[in-house]
Design a binder for this molecule. Structure first.
Ligand SMILES: [Zn+2]
Length: 469
């Protein structure tokens, strides 16, 4: 094979940062993009979503998706607007969840553009959305569901297999087999924790010449804590006072994990059987997907939940309409409200916090990572007041935190890597802040004795075997 035809891997996004995941595979037969994520967070990153795509989008034959988080799939409608006409291959769970999160992302892009126009600040005049809700809906027709552990030919001579990643429903690591060079390349996607109560842990890597692994928590070990102890204490205290417990939670997966813990606390008699409200249209729709996948015995769901109804022991009400949500404002406690967003940066949870946080009978339970600068982070650090909807509110409700992470920590990442057989020639570390990626490289070299490097944005590497001598 000549060097011009050698299969290449090009790190486009997700290198040196935790968002915007995109890796391009080029073979003599064509181009495949592994993940197609949106850059999120700081403005400097978000502006990169407007950059020219490094290759003509119409030259990409297919997109292979690991999971439905926006930082892995949120660029698809944009890619389609720019001329991509190929298929998007992913698992059934990912297809269903993408059908919920992508239109929502389009809606948010439109809102952001409207806001910029009304307040007169924008790079573009008038400000335009990166893509609209309608663009996102139309891009969904490109999605093709593929079963776990079932190789799919996405390009002549390029076969892909999706393996359980235990991160959110549908999440997979993807193994690429390049027939011509007989090399195998595995992308971890985002890896979950073995403690996820609904999903089975990540599956083994199998054979891999090269592995591309995420490093979100490449420099951290999750502290072992017992979330149910903190939840039980907080709920019981609030219930005694007739208070309301507000739980800001990510709409997809985190809401299900919180409900699972509440269900077990009620079953074990550790908390009273209070009314529980899930107040987020996106969370309610994601809940439908988790329920149907459990009922249908999806291979990624823990076997003991196959054929069952999830969360059978709690009084669960889903509030989908704005009217139903507003009606909660005048409802008296005790009760529990789970609502998005998870870091209280927006969404319906803001209205619940504004209405309840000034009352010392109530409580707020934070259930995961809170990015610096968010209201969730301020509350976690004991803020005496927070600003919402243009007003300052005193914080009199009790604030508690539990750690429910959907990401593997350093030890779990290393344990997953150890399942590669034979051992990979090179491990590329991406999808992490520079410090986390560098720490994971050190750990892989020191503890596993494998060659590891941090993937650099824009870097191209050959995927065929080096010729000796
Ligand atoms: Zn993810």
């Amino acid at each position: 094979m000549s060097s011009t035809q050698a299969p290449m891997l090009n790190f486009i996004g997700g290198a040196g940062t935790v968002t915007g995941s995109k890796s391009l595979i080029e073979t003599a037969e064509g181009r495949v993009l592994v993940d197609c994520g949106l850059f999120q967070g700081r403005k400097r990153l978000r502006l990169q979503n407007w950059d020219d795509f490094p290759v003509p989008p119409e030259s990409i034959d297919a997109v292979v998706l690991t999971h439905a988080h926006i930082d892995h799939c949120g660029y698809i409608p944009r890619l389609r607007n720019l001329g991509f006409t190929g298929s998007v291959y992913c698992t059934e769970g990912t297809k269903q969840l993408a059908g919920i999160v992508l239109p929502d992302s389009g809606y948010l892009q439109e809102e952001e553009a409207d806001f910029a126009n009304r307040h007169g600040y924008s790079k573009h005049h008038p400000a335009e959305p990166l893509y609209t809700r309608q663009d996102a809906v139309e891009s969904l027709s490109r999605f093709q569901a593929v079963a776990f552990e079932t190789p799919q030919m996405v390009l002549p001579g390029l076969e892909v297999t999706w393996r359980r990643a235990g991160h959110i429903l549908g999440a997979a690591s993807v193994g690429l087999h390049l027939h011509e060079s007989d090399t195998r390349v595995v992308f971890s996607g985002d890896l979950g924790r073995s403690t996820h109560p609904l999903l089975l842990p990540p599956g083994p890597i199998g054979p891999a010449d090269q592995v591309i692994i995420e490093s979100t928590y490449g420099d951290e070990e999750h502290v072992a804590n017992e979330p149910e102890d903190v939840m039980a204490e907080t709920i019981n205290d609030a219930a005694r006072r007739g208070g309301v417990v507000i739980i800001p939670a990510f709409a997809v997966d985190r809401t299900e994990v919180v409900l699972w813990h509440l269900d077990r606390l009620v079953a074990d008699g550790r908390v009273p059987d209070l009314p529980v409200f899930v107040d987020s249209p996106m969370a309610c729709r994601a809940l439908d997907v988790y329920r149907s996948e459990a009922r249908n015995g999806s291979p990624e769901i823990r076997p003991e939940l196959h054929g069952t109804e999830l969360f059978p022991r709690i009084q669960l009400t889903e509030t989908r309409t704005t009217e139903e949500s507003k009606a909660l404002n005048s409802r008296r406690g005790p009760m529990i409200i789970i609502s998005a967003s998870g870091m209280a940066t927006g969404g319906r949870v803001i209205h619940h916090l504004a209405g309840r946080i000034g009352d010392n009978r109530n409580a707020v339970v934070l259930v995961g990572f809170q990015a610096p600068g968010t209201r969730g982070d301020a509350l976690r650090h004991g803020a005496r007041e927070i600003k919402m909807l243009g007003h300052h509110f005193p914080v009199r409700a009790k604030v508690a935190s539990v750690e429910l992470s959907a990401h593997a920590d350093r030890t779990e990442l290393l344990e997953w890597l150890e399942t590669a057989s034979p051992k990979p020639r090179t491990v590329f570390v991406n999808h992490g802040e520079p410090k986390a990626s560098a720490a994971l490289v050190d750990a892989i070299e020191d503890r596993l004795g494998l060659d590891a490097v941090v993937a650099q944005p824009g870097e191209r590497v050959r995927l065929d075997r080096p010729v000796p001598g």
